[in-house]
Design a protein around this ligand. Structure first.
Ligand code: FUL
Length: 508
């Protein structure tokens, strides 16, 4: 018997034996399993919750701002709007919204179901200020959360809801008691959670009080968002019903990227400093205390978040640029598509989404990494059920990954083809379940494996994270170009917080 097991046996009841029996006792020696049979790298903390990993995989999804503002030509309703103003000219059609999003390559959507004006787009029990109070027949037939969730399931898309914490209609809001949060806000979130346990995100904007109707008081009311909304209980209640629902914004499970223009920092950590609003949102914090990944909210149209007469829509190339500057920079992109007064998306939006989808699928059509031979400078020793081979990088399995040995914080990963390929984009993904690690990398191509040319122009090749896409010509606004001919492509990881891990590299 190995002496190190003795204290354990004593602890397990051996101590209760009379000492005289000790010498005669027969032991069956059980070898303790090694602590890390798969030889996995130690995590670099903080690491994501599983729901944050699943959320990240949604990558690109739609935002739908629709409600009483659609009919009043406003961005923020005061809260005193007559419910009859909500008068859709047809029954709102969330399935049409999500179909358009899907054609653009989006994997889900978030529908606004209560904006700051407090008017609820479902028959809520919490307030009479909802669709059932409108005399319009199409309003009477409106239940956005119900129809949106059903359409998402039918289309195999992820879904969730935007519910404004700030409520300019309610007399309870900011009245110096807990009434608003206890009687409206949390019950509303629970009603919404009941529309589907598989929701991926609940969206809470950052607007926190100001002028409003407030049940007729017509006052200026401010609250302290860090305590007012009872976030610990809100999270508890929603997660009981929707375990994989990331609570965005005030919920503190994903962060605003710091602008509404569709870009994230080239350097972008999914970790952030502690404390609400601490740290730079566009870049996160390299040594942040919490896992708080960035989401970029941006408008596809040229006026507001809500639909407005005469608005235009950005070109597919501009939207593709947003994609590269958000999804391609370790953030997610939630792109706003406003339904008009008919409760459907205008044809121009539908058509532009198809165009964007075609652009994305043609530019990212054939993953050349799949047909390359991959070699790496070093490989971590395999464990019982896992290996860390280079081939994990270009297989189709996101649960496998390549990793370097402990203490090796730099590496090269080289792709070689039998014939020269035309290359424009490289997409890399770390295995973020073990934390975000890479701090600096370089991408080069070669015709002969001897002379190498650095690619990516002036782009800061710093962080990778969940996903980083580098347009090799260095331009996000005009990224497609002629491409580069290469028989070899090499990624050099120059620095990493600990041994690097990559689960997928794709080359287009
Ligand atoms: C902000 C809101 O104030 C805007 O109206 C819009 O909904 C935007 C997405 O979030 O906080």
């Amino acid at each position: 018997m190995k002496s190190k097991f003795l204290p354990l046996l004593f602890g397990l009841g051996f101590a209760a034996m009379p000492l005289s029996n000790y010498a005669q006792a027969e032991f069956q020696v059980v070898e303790a399993a090694p602590a890390n049979p798969d030889n996995e790298p130690h995590p670099v903390h903080p690491v994501p919750h599983e729901r944050q990993v699943l959320w990240n995989e949604t990558e690109f999804y739609a935002f739908f701002h629709y409600g009483i503002n659609t009919y009043t030509n406003k961005e923020w309703g005061y809260g005193d709007e007559n419910p009859n103003l909500f008068a859709p000219t047809a029954v709102p059609n969330p399935k049409q919204w999500l179909e358009a999003a899907k054609s653009a390559g989006m994997k889900g959507g978030i529908a606004v179901v209560k904006h700051h004006d407090g008017f609820c787009l479902w028959p809520t029990a919490t307030t009479t200020h909802n669709v059932t109070a409108s005399s319009n027949a199409n309003a009477q037939a409106t239940n956005i959360p119900k129809d949106f969730a059903a359409a998402a399931k039918e289309l195999d898309m992820k879904y969730g809801f935007y519910v404004s914490p700030w409520d300019r209609n309610s007399g309870y809001y900011g009245d110096g008691t807990n009434n608003y949060v206890e009687k409206l806000f949390i019950p509303q979130c629970k009603e919404l959670a009941a529309y589907g346990s598989d929701q991926f995100e609940m969206w809470f904007d950052g607007a926190n009080g100001g002028d409003g109707f407030y049940g007729g008081a017509q006052q200026h009311r401010k609250i302290d968002a860090s305590t007012y909304y009872d976030i610990p209980n809100l999270r508890y209640e929603v997660h009981q019903m929707c375990p994989n629902c990331v609570m965005w914004g005030v919920g503190d499970e994903a962060r605003w990227i710091g602008n509404e223009a569709g870009w994230a920092g080239e350097t972008n950590w999914q970790t952030q400093n502690r404390g609400r609003g601490a740290g730079d949102n566009t870049e996160g914090a390299e040594n942040g205390w919490i896992w708080l990944p960035g989401e970029s909210d941006a408008k596809a149209t040229t006026k507001g978040w809500f639909w407005h007469e005469g608005e235009g829509i950005h070109s597919a190339e501009r939207l593709f640029q947003m994609y590269l500057e958000t999804v391609g920079r370790n953030a997610t992109l939630i792109l706003n598509l406003p339904p008009d007064k008919s409760g459907s998306l205008p044809a121009a939006t539908v058509n532009r989404m198809k165009e964007l989808g075609n652009m994305l699928s043609s530019r990212f059509a054939t993953d050349l990494a799949k047909t390359a031979t991959v070699t790496v400078s070093s490989t971590r020793t395999a464990g019982e059920k896992r290996n860390y081979e280079a081939t994990n990088i270009n297989d189709d399995d996101k649960t496998t990954y390549w990793a370097a040995p402990d203490g090796t914080n730099s590496a090269t990963i080289t792709f070689e083809w039998n014939e020269a390929q035309t290359i424009r984009y490289v997409s890399m993904m770390e295995y973020i379940r073990l934390g975000q690690r890479v701090k600096s990398f370089t991408i080069e191509t070669s015709e002969d494996g001897a002379t190498w040319t650095k690619r990516g122009g002036d782009i800061k090749c710093t962080t990778i994270g969940y996903k980083r896409i580098i347009p090799l010509n260095g331009s996000t606004s005009n990224s497609y170009g002629d491409g580069y001919s290469a028989k070899y492509l090499r990624i050099t990881i120059n620095d990493s917080k600990a041994c690097p891990t990559l689960h997928t590299v794709s080359i287009f």
